[in-house]
Design a protein around this ligand. Structure first.
Ligand SMILES: Cc1cc2nc3c(=O)[nH]c(=O)nc-3n(C[C@H](O)[C@H](O)[C@H](O)COP(=O)(O)O)c2cc1C
Length: 290
C-alpha cells in the first residue's frame, strides 16, 4: 500500500519539483498534526493520518482502520463457533483499531440467515466472551457488536446457497417488525459515530457524498465504508476530514494484516505488532529497503 501524507525520512534531491513536493507533504503532515493536537490528542509530527489518535465516544482505538461487519454464516443455531475467534481475533491481531462482528441477532427469528450468530441467551453471550477475551488479551484492537434484526429481510439460506427474496413472498411467514430503538444519542445528528458510504464501489473513483458533510457540518465523527483499497485511500479520506474512521470489509477477508502491513510500508513505528509477530516486522522492513 503506497503512502500518501506519510511519515518517514525524506531525502532532498537536486530536482526542484521533487523537493517542492516533499516540502508540501511535510507541511501537510504538520498541519494535520496540529489539527489533531488541537483536539487535545498527542500526535507526533509526520504520523500518517490513519494512525492519528481519535476518541469516538471516549473509545481510543489504536488506529483508524475498522473491520467492517462481514457476515460469516458460520454460527450453528445462533451459537458462535471456532470460526468467530479465528476470524475476528485474526483481524484484531492484524492491526485494525476496531473489529466489528457481523450482524448479530437478539432472537432466533431476527436472524438474516440460519448461519447468523445470536446474542440472545447466556450460552451465546459466553461464546462471544471467548472471542472478546482473546482480542483484548492478544491485541490493542477494540471489538464491537453489530446488533441487527432481519425483519422481513430474513432469508432461509446462507450466502453460498443463494439468497431468497422476501419481497417476492417466499418467506410469507415473516412479518415486518419494528427495529430496535436508537441505543445512544449524542451530538446534533443523534449519533456517537455514524457509518456512511464513500460514494463508489470502484476504488479511486470516489465522489463526495452527503455523508461527507456530517463531520464537517455537525462535528459528529463518522466512519466511512466502500471500496477503500489502500493506506493511501484511508490517509486521504482522513486527512481531508471526510471521515474519522475508515471501514474495510472485503479487503480484510483476504488480508487480515492490512493495518500491520500499512504501518511497515509507511515506515511508521508507533503501531506495534503483537509481540509474537515482531520479528516479522524487522524482516519485512529489511526486505523493502531499496
Ligand atoms: C460477505 C459480506 C458480508 C457482509 N455482511 C455485513 C453485515 O453483516 N453487516 C453490515 O453492516 N454489512 C455487511 N456487509 C457490508 C460490508 O460491511 C461493507 O459495507 C461493504 O462490503 C462495502 O465495503 P468494502 O468495499 O470494504 O467491502 C457485508 C459485506 C460482505 C462482502
Amino acid at each position: 500500500m503506497p503512502p500518501v501524507a506519510s511519515a518517514g525520512p525524506r531525502s532532498s534531491s537536486s530536482d526542484p519539483a521533487r523537493n517542492s513536493a516533499a516540502d508540501y507533504v511535510a507541511r501537510l503532515d504538520r498541519w494535520l498534526a496540529d489539527r489533531t493536537s488541537a483536539s487535545g490528542l498527542d500526535v507526533a509530527d509526520g504520523t500518517p493520518p490513519m494512525f492519528h489518535p481519535c476518541t469516538p465516544r471516549g473509545m481510543e482505538p489504536a488506529d483508524r482502520i475498522v473491520v467492517s461487519p462481514p457476515a460469516q454464516y458460520s454460527a450453528v443455531d445462533g451459537m458462535p463457533t471456532d470460526w468467530h475467534p479465528v476470524h475476528l481475533g485474526g483481524r484484531a491481531v492484524g492491526g485494525a483499531g476496531l473489529a466489528m462482528t457481523e450482524t448479530t441477532c437478539t432472537s432466533p427469528d431476527a436472524r438474516i440467515t440460519p448461519g447468523c450468530p445470536g446474542i440472545g441467551n447466556d450460552e451465546q453471550a459466553a461464546a462471544w466472551a471467548r472471542t472478546v477475551d482473546f482480542v483484548h488479551a492478544n491485541s490493542d484492537a477494540k471489538i464491537g457488536v453489530q446488533l441487527g434484526h432481519a425483519g422481513r429481510g430474513g432469508s432461509t439460506k446462507v450466502m453460498w446457497q443463494g439468497v431468497d427474496d422476501p419481497r417476492r413472498g417466499r418467506l410469507g411467514d415473516r412479518r415486518p417488525v419494528a427495529g430496535p430503538p436508537p441505543v445512544r444519542r449524542r451530538g446534533p445528528a443523534g449519533d456517537d459515530a455514524r457509518r456512511h458510504g464513500t460514494g463508489d464501489r470502484r476504488p479511486r473513483r470516489r465522489r463526495p457524498t452527503r455523508g461527507d458533510r456530517i463531520p464537517q457540518e455537525t462535528g459528529v465523527p463518522t466512519m466511512t465504508v466502500g471500496a477503500i483499497a489502500s493506506a493511501e485511500d484511508a490517509n486521504t479520506i482522513i486527512a481531508a476530514g471526510r471521515a474519522a474512521l475508515c471501514c474495510l470489509a472485503r479487503p480484510h477477508l483476504v488480508d487480515p494484516y492490512r493495518t500491520l502491513d500499512a504501518a511497515i510500508e509507511q515506515d511508521y513505528r508507533g503501531h506495534v505488532p503483537p509481540k509474537r509477530y515482531r520479528p516479522g516486522r524487522g524482516a519485512r522492513r529489511r526486505a523493502q529497503e531499496p
